[in-house]
Design a protein around this ligand. Structure first.
Ligand code: SF4
Length: 396
């Protein structure tokens, strides 16, 4: 029995976790089932592991979100990001628009240029092919490579999240991107069946997603992935998804962070009448993620839990992800990002210092080229994070 914050941890399984022993899938499920009667011990262990491996700090990335093109060949039932040609929310950014936002982002002392697109838009839409042609490119990935080069010239660090890119496309993007992102969301085939959220989304087939994540490992790309919680999954499917990510990281060592994202229904989607992910359930998943991957960087998006995000520090997270002082969250437009000053205050009140990181975590610096590392030096502190004088300007 271990004593944590004045509470005795009675659970033998949780004591094993605290003692760094491996736990099996069935033990994780048992911990989950026990937490349904009393979640205090699980939450305390989650917090204890966060403090042990991530100290008393929480990080974020000061970013600009560039919505490069939001046409998408897939249709996920919860997605409000995807647009159809002719809709007012269509985004097909020109080179000048990209440059303008990057210049503004630099003025705001942003560090990350987040490039987001729908899934292979040019495969489905002539409008996307035309837009690429007008800008002088054959494919979205060529355009992303060019945009990433501009970002570096403007003094920002690219992180691309463009769906299932090919091995060759990722290899090219690695030259300019300090990291990349692709949510696993869930490893369950069941969620791709008729009536389920990924039925009309071939790119979300677990095998397809895992192949891309495997490729990122082979290419040694620092990779952000994650799960989406509350889209009709079972707890076993969540645990399988987290274990799949853990196994990938064991094999390639390139998963730099895991986003644990709570489902929020959007008005213009097929899942508009579904409830948001229950907060206690979501917290339990966060704490389970911490005990499954004690050393992993774990993130929740603060804008999706606007009134309670700081309480997730008490169950194991250590990162807020990207927060932008100038661009909206185009994936969750109804949920604006909190002000960075407010996040700093709320984190401090919970006992955690807010620090700004690059879109690559310091543990992964050896994965990127010397040229990219050199560019980071100017704004880097002794911990490999962004110097406070840089990000804490009067616009933050
Ligand atoms: S979630 Fe991604 S893949 Fe699915 S429809 Fe939206 S943009 Fe396309």
């Amino acid at each position: 029995m271990i004593l944590l914050s004045g509470v005795v941890i009675n659970s033998e399984l949780l004591n094993n976790v605290v003692e760094d022993k491996e736990i099996s899938k069935y033990e994780i499920l048992e911990i989950y089932n026990n937490s349904l009667h009393n979640n205090q011990e699980l939450f305390l262990v989650g917090q204890m592991l966060q403090k042990k491996f991530k100290k008393h700090s929480v990080t974020f990335s000061k970013k600009a979100f560039l919505n490069i093109v939001n046409l998408c060949m897939d249709s996920c039932s919860y997605c409000t990001y995807k647009a159809e040609p002719g809709e007012s929310k269509v985004s097909m950014m020109s080179k000048n628009q990209i440059k303008e936002i990057l210049k503004l982002a630099k003025k705001y002392h942003c560090v990350e240029a987040l490039f987001v697109t729908g899934e292979q838009p040019e495969q489905r839409y002539p409008e996307a092919r035309m837009w690429l042609k007008e800008n002088g490119f054959h494919s979205t990935s060529e355009y992303l490579i060019h945009s990433s080069e501009i970002a570096l010239e403007e003094g920002l660090f690219p992180h691309t999240n463009a769906g299932n890119l090919s091995f060759e496309e990722m290899k090219e993007l690695k030259k300019t991107n300090v990291s990349m992102g692709l949510m696993l969301e869930n490893i369950s085939e069941r969620l791709t069946e008729k009536g389920m959220p990924h039925y009309l989304a071939a790119s979300k087939r677990p095998k397809a997603r895992m192949k891309i994540l495997e490729n990122s490992g082979k290419l040694k790309i620092p990779m952000t992935t994650g799960i989406l919680v509350g889209i009709g999954e079972t707890i076993e499917e969540i645990v399988d998804s987290l274990l799949a990510i853990k196994d990938l990281h064991k094999k390639y060592g390139n998963i730099q962070e895991v986003i644990i994202q709570n489902f929020q229904p959007k008005q213009d989607t097929r899942m508009r009448d579904e409830p948001s992910a229950d907060e206690v359930y979501f917290k339990t998943i966060v704490a389970l993620s911490r005990i499954i991957m004690p050393k992993m960087n774990l993130q929740i998006p603060p804008n999706l839990s606007p009134s309670s995000y700081q309480s997730f520090l008490k169950v194991g997270i250590n990162d807020w992800g990207g927060i932008s002082p100038l661009t909206p969250d185009y994936v969750n437009p109804e949920f604006s990002w909190p002000k960075i000053q407010e996040v700093e205050k709320n984190s401090l009140d919970a006992g955690y210092e807010l620090k700004c990181r690059f879109p690559i975590y310091p543990e992964f610096f050896s994965f990127i080229s010397k040229e990219l590392r050199m560019k980071m030096k100017e704004m880097e502190d002794e911990e490999g994070l962004v110097r406070k004088e840089y990000w804490k300007d009067d616009t933050y």
